[in-house]
Ligand binder design. Sequence first.
Ligand code: SF4
Length: 334
Amino acid sequence: MRVPLKQMLDLGRYMGRKKRAGEKYFPLVLMLEPLHACNLACIGCGRIVEYKDTIRDQMPLEDAVGAAAEADAPIVSICGGEPLMYKHIVPLTKRLIEEQKRHVMICTNAILVERFIKQVAASPYLSFNLHIDGMRETNDRILARDGHFDTVVRMIKLLKEKGYRVQTNSTVFRETDAEEVEELIKFLGGLGVDGMLVTPGYHYQVLTNDDLYLTKEEMPLKFQRVRKLADDYKIINTPIYLDYLVGERDLLCSPWTTVTRNPRGWKGPCYLITNGHYKSFAELHQATDWEYYRTKQDVRCRDCKLHSGFEGTVAMDFGKNLKDSWRMVRHYVA
Ligand code: SF4
């Protein structure tokens, strides 16, 4: 399976409960950014630009644990910055798993993984999401660190050997060659990773280097190849989202399905664009016109195909169309 069965069942039960209660705008995933500091400075990283004034801030442990309870999403993606630099990462991970039974994903550049796994055992509730943006030369240039590719490969092998669930996260930029994306997918498949997320580069509102990102016109060509490979390799993008990336269907956005909490508060309206940071999850909801962002009316939504917004739509629509739902089931159990 490309996604753990227990995670899918827990997510399905949670969504059923929310829908029966008449709730429309509820989160599926919390992006918990307990800090924005990082031990890399990747090209195209919006976080280190947007949060340069608070780059040294770290959330108190109780705030981070409390944020997960406040959002109540079944999946918590601990990201950043580099989350393994967070001083409370060990107790945070353990408490989210043991006390709250959240499915925790650590989104990391892999550099500090070895130290972390000496303190946190493998669990059906824990996954790693390792950042790798190409084969050796491309990856090390984008992540601005010689030897990073080799570190990730070593950590994938180590994590698999010790029984942890490992997936990868690769961003496709304008300069990324489609053949290299294929080579990377096949290479990671050979290493036995449990899932691969392949997404277009995010155009953060704070970044001005437009040349880096795929345009609407360029995206189909690169993702047609990814969609084809998804038949044989454990790509976790849903087939519906891949149809959207290749331009064969349109999707509305569901930014409320993936909410972000960081040291400055609840970031809204979405992972990419910032109108403000709110003190509470309730305030984020009160301040945000979800229908406006759902229908992509904002100029900043132009050309956006961010996976968290649109995969959220796919998840929320599951069951509405039998053919799509059957494709999703076949995709995930393969
Ligand atoms: S379309 Fe993109 S920028 Fe607009 S709300 Fe959705 S995720 Fe955010």
